[in-house]
Write a protein of this length. Structure first.
Length: 355
């Protein structure tokens, strides 16, 4: 119940932020409209000044002198021309200043609109989380028959699963951003063995990054590599699914890592066990068009990271869709990234295959 109340509070806070941004957007749009009108007005003034000066410029000095009855009137006309030129310079400066302010406000408006869209995505995710949490709470109560001890065992199972996933990759990517950038600049990019990016998903995608997995407090952005890997494989086979929706399916109500035995037309075609990895079978599966989910363990640590191997390039290297580092990169690149972040070596010790 406390989690549901927490989500409801978060929803109200996000709604307040969206309302504040909408007011700021309306204010900026009003200011921009005023600036555009002012620029148009200044341009009209400028055009009239230029036309007036142009009329004077068409008269020669002799014509001006002859047109005026005395020298004083001639000087007045010369002075008036100089005043007009000064007004032109002022009008030009005003237009330039207004354009600069307008561009700044337009940039600010774009930032506010993007922020508003991000908050709307978060709001949608939280509302989905709230609905799923309300449903999953009922499922859990029914599954445990209201017994606190059984309920606590389920929560402990989730905590054990959390430790098996490297949930702090995003934090370490920031704290070690310079070292990681240097490493990635040296990493090769595959030119063969590539797959469509239409079925690649980032677990950090704003549409579901802050969606919790099942009934846990664990966010997709931190612990969603397994969910994202499964969603990628299902999407590859043509199923209408994404990580956000998959994370809220009943199978994830009390688990962070689930390998369904069957999903629509697909069947699990491998063991779920950690340990021995048959690389010959991985090669056969890939060459037959079946993507393979693998677990990259950070040696010496409890956790690891899931990616989807989908291709073998012309040099024999594996190409993967990675829910953190992106589509069509080498498996070794992901392993190098993890090794750098955790100052360790890596091992592949689990294979998940669907047909």
């Amino acid at each position: 119940q406390s989690q549901i109340e927490k989500i409801e509070v978060e929803i109200r806070l996000i709604e307040q932020k969206i309302e504040q941004l909408l007011l700021q957007i309306q204010d900026l749009e009003l200011k921009i409209g005023q600036k555009e009108k002012e620029i148009a007005h200044q341009k009209e003034i400028l055009s009239e000044l230029i036309r007036t000066i142009d009329r004077y410029d068409q008269e020669s000095l002799i014509e001006i002198i002859l047109k005026n009855d005395n020298f004083s009137e001639f000087l007045n006309q010369v002075e008036y021309t100089e005043i007009l030129q000064g007004q032109v310079r002022e009008a030009l400066t005003t237009v330039k200043d207004l354009k600069t302010k307008l561009e700044k406000e337009q940039d600010e408006l774009e930032i506010k609109k993007n922020a508003s869209e991000d908050y709307k995505s978060q709001l949608g995710a939280q509302q989905q989380t709230l609905t799923a949490s309300q449903v999953s709470r009922g499922v859990l109560l029914n599954r445990t028959r209201g017994q606190e001890s059984a309920y606590q065992r389920m929560l402990q199972n989730i905590e054990v699963q959390k430790r098996s996933i490297l949930g702090d990759i995003n934090r370490l990517r920031q704290t070690k951003s310079k070292e990681l950038a240097r490493l990635q600049a040296l990493q090769e990019k595959p030119t063969s063995g590539l797959a469509s990016t239409s079925w690649h998903f980032y677990q950090t995608d704003a549409r579901w990054a802050y969606t919790t997995i099942g009934f846990s407090n664990s966010l997709m952005t931190d612990y969603g590599c397994a969910v994202s890997a499964v969603a990628m494989v299902f999407k590859y086979y043509g199923l209408n699914i994404d990580p956000g929706r998959l994370a809220k399916q009943p199978i994830f109500y009390y688990d962070l890592i689930v390998w369904p035995e069957r999903w629509e037309s697909l069947d699990l075609a491998s063991s779920k066990a950690h340990g021995y990895v048959d690389w010959n079978r991985i090669d056969r599966e890939i060459r037959n068009g079946y993507p393979v989910i693998v677990f990259i363990r950070a040696d010496g640590r409890q956790g690891g990271h899931y990616v989807v191997i989908h291709g073998i390039d012309e040099t024999g290297r594996y190409v993967v869709h990675d829910p953190i580092w992106g589509p069509n990169i080498y498996l070794n690149s992901t392993r190098e990234n993890i090794a750098l972040l955790y100052n360790t070596t890596t091992t592949i010790d689990q294979v998940i295959i669907y047909h």
